[in-house]
Design a protein around this ligand. Structure first.
Ligand SMILES: Nc1ncnc2c1ncn2[C@@H]1O[C@H](COP(=O)(O)OP(=O)(O)O)[C@@H](O)[C@H]1O
Ligand SMILES: [Mg+2]
Length: 375
């Protein structure tokens, strides 16, 4: 699959600051430009509220890299540099295969930039747009990745605050990584207000701040999109908003359990949601395992009966044949003097029986064969 890369801004998906319309500010950098005689700009690969993201070639390390270059107007504001620095520090506190690795913050040729590992497979938004008919196993792999990445973030007490398909990037090996720590906070309260409107938890949208449960809301929205291919749809009922159950093309119990998990994450009251992505991860794993067992049970039960029956019949046959053969050999062995060849045969049969765990019979054959090196 080759996802189309979005280099423009999708208004619905983009991070915005509260009360400010989203505007694009190109950095003026073009392919071929070299930053600080080290980073050769190759192409613009993304754009967000804070600036433009480029694929570049690190001439010193000989590796591709992603550079997020701060918008020129923002580079004039001290607050923004601090914010970028915090973004890098927060991101560097986490090492996980489903979290984008951020390398450094730099300032060269009048550009402030963040360098990070390059995700060359586009964003989850690209995947969702370009491939509606993905197999459930792929969807589950993505769901697991997003949960695991956010769980790693929650484990160290960070709130991400911007879990959206635009901030989930696909690596070369197909893995999804959670990126963009521009709004992330560790523990306390933040002075940076913002987010992606269509992914904002109700409490955040109402200005009551956010915590890990607000991230869980965003995770629920993303999981819903991954699994069911569309954002949650709300109907207004007499007692408030009601999440519409997605129409399931394949209404398996696994889909129903996944819908339940999304519903739990999307409880309008934060107290009704799982406490963190760690819990969501655990619930996802549990429902996957339960589904695997019930599938195995359903498909293997008749087979297992057959197998067991077959094994019993085969076992009985084998032991009858062996018994007869032992009896014949014993009487033959007893009726004449044993040759070296007989002894060899008996010992090899004993070894076979030992390997099958039939130690008693093996022992008696060994005894019959006599000592290996007779005095
Ligand atoms: N490491 C990366 N590798 C590849 N593309 C990236 C990377 N980081 C960001 N992008 C692209 O740039 C876009 C904007 O980057 P992001 O960090 O989300 O900036 P903003 O804080 O402005 O939202 C992303 O949606 C994605 O398309
Ligand atoms: Mg972003």
């Amino acid at each position: 699959m080759s996802p189309s890369r979005s280099s423009g801004v999708d208004n619905v998906d983009s991070t915005v600051e509260m009360g400010r319309p989203l505007r694009l500010y190109p950095t003026g950098l073009k392919a071929g430009a070299v930053l600080g005689s080290r980073f050769q700009i190759e192409a613009a690969i993304g754009q967000g509220g804070s600036g433009q993201v480029f694929r570049a070639w690190d001439r010193v390390l000989g590796e591709p890299v992603a550079l997020k270059i701060l918008r020129p107007d923002r580079a004039q504001e001290k607050g923004w540099i601090k914010r970028l620095a915090r973004e890098v520090k927060v991101a560097r506190a986490i090492r996980h295969p489903n979290v984008c690795r951020v390398f450094d913050l730099g300032n060269v040729d009048e550009h402030w930039f963040v360098s990070m590992e390059l995700a060359s497979g586009g964003t989850l938004r690209d995947t969702l747009r370009s491939n509606q008919e993905r197999p459930l196993s792929d969807r589950l792999a993505d769901a697991r990745a997003v949960c695991a990445g956010l769980a790693a973030i929650h484990t160290v007490g960070i709130i991400h605050r911007d879990v959206t398909p635009q901030n989930l990037l696909r690596m070369d090996d197909g893995r999804l990584v959670l990126s963009d720590f521009g709004l992330a906070v560790q523990g306390g309260v933040t002075t940076v207000h913002g987010g992606t409107p269509s992914y904002m938890a109700p409490e955040t949208a109402m200005g009551h701040g956010s915590n890990q449960r607000s991230d869980v809301w965003q995770l629920g929205t993303v999981l819903h999109e991954i699994v069911f291919g569309l954002r949650p749809i709300w109907d207004s009922g007499s007692r408030g908003l009601i999440l519409r159950t997605p129409m399931l093309s394949a209404a398996s119990s696994l889909y129903r359990e996944l819908a339940k998990l999304c519903r739990a994450c999307l409880a309008t009251n934060p107290a009704g949601r799982p406490g963190s992505a760690i819990e969501v991860s655990a619930r996802l794993a549990a429902l996957e395992v339960a589904s695997l067992w019930s599938t195995l049970d359903r498909f293997l039960r008749p087979g297992a009966v057959l197998l067991k029956g077959g094994a019993r019949i085969a076992g009985a046959l084998v032991s009858t044949v062996l018994e007869r053969s032992f009896a014949r050999r014993r009487s033959r062995v007893a009726s004449r003097r044993m040759t070296a060849e007989d002894r060899k045969l008996l010992r090899s049969m004993a070894a076979k029986l030992k390997a099958q765990g039939q130690f008693d019979d093996a022992h008696s054959l060994d005894r019959l064969a006599g000592p290996e090196h007779p005095p």
